[in-house]
Design a protein around this ligand. Sequence first.
Ligand SMILES: [Zn+2]
Ligand SMILES: [Zn+2]
Length: 275
Amino acid sequence: MSLRFRVLGSGSDGNATLVEGGGARVLVDAGLGPRQLAERLAEAGVDPASLDAVFLSHEHGDHARGAAAFSARWGVPLAGTPGTFQAAGLARAKLPAFEPIAAGETRTVGRLAVRALGVPHDAAQPLAFVLAAGESSFGHATDLGHLNRGLVEALRGCDALLVESNYDPAMLRDGPYPWSLKERILGPLGHLSNGDVARLLERGLGGACRLVVLAHLSKKNNHPELALQAAEESLARGGRRGVRVALAAACGTGWIAVRASGTVVGRREGQLRLF
Ligand SMILES: [Zn+2]
Ligand SMILES: [Zn+2]
């Protein structure tokens, strides 16, 4: 059973990722306007009405901006936490359906399993997701202030990972943002830095992972080359030269296939103390 994904938008201008597998098609987030989202789907050769669901990570505009209008226009159900539903104002929207999902739960769409993971971020009830079809699984985690042990454990079995690499600390410190915003981004409920991701890749990456996509890069507080360099160096230090690293541009990526590595993630490895 094949699994593939395609980033349709990444970063503060809007996030959305199309995932296809197990006879289902879903979006993770709909942070682009509904027209732009439909255009990016058309570029991917996908009819918006053919989507089975949109899973929302949280209510921030760059993730949920287009969700209500897109859902209503194309008849695609939304899924997310009750906190996201409230905070995004979805109670006022005319939705075809809203499926509540809590951290730790799994929803099955066709034969695509979507597992919700709680993440530390300054939103009502934010989530990351692991999407699995057959033997292949894909972890999708953006907008989180730090990586706790539970999250690292949950992402450990993934064959491919999309993770935010939001900022370079020196660029953020010296950059144009007001201090209050800098503190928010740097804080435990803000965003992951290039160094946070490097630490994950060096010490917390599961043996199954063959591909890492760096996403949600800040335009003002990061350079793609810095993010890429930090990730590649950390993989080299961790002896993981077989892991490919790619960057998600603001306008997205092409289709990316997720292949099951066949690596069994052992219980002992999963319990290594990392953080
Ligand atoms: Zn965001
Ligand atoms: Zn956010």
